[in-house]
Design a protein. Structure first.
Length: 131
């Protein structure tokens, strides 16, 4: 995979991810639901060295949930858009998939924390499509 660029809503922050995605997943845990405001987060995980900030890194705020062993989130201080962040170990970067600027040519390969999914979650295949 070649480099893929992403940015926040206001354009203050931009990043690039280079290299192979280690995983591309939908996480249904309650923490990801709260952090994303949706039924699940959709995130790409890469080696930390694969994430490069193009601009605005200082505008990214990070929140680490103290009582969690490994949960954090990051966002643009100006527009609130979810942004990439390193795991606490610093070995991997978690990239919100919605932040990429162009089609990825791939899709999530799995659901994680499926047993924790919201009772109102409905897989999109059966829903009406409005354009």
């Amino acid at each position: 995979m070649t480099a893929v660029r992403g940015s926040c809503l206001c354009g203050e922050v931009a990043f690039e991810v280079e290299g192979r995605f280690d995983s591309f997943l939908n996480c249904h845990c309650s923490r990801c639901r709260k952090a994303s405001g949706t039924a699940h987060s959709c995130e790409v995980i890469v080696k930390a060295s694969g994430l490069r900030w193009l601009r605005g890194e200082a505008s990214v705020a990070r929140f680490d949930l103290a009582q969690a062993r490994s949960f954090a989130t990051a966002f643009c201080r100006k527009c609130g858009c979810p942004m990439p962040h390193l795991t606490r170990s610093g070995r991997e970067a978690i990239i919100p998939a919605g932040g990429f600027d162009a089609p990825l040519g791939t899709a999530p390969d799995r659901h994680v924390q499926w047993a924790s999914r919201a009772d109102w979650y409905v897989h999109g295949d059966g829903l009406l499509v409005e354009e």
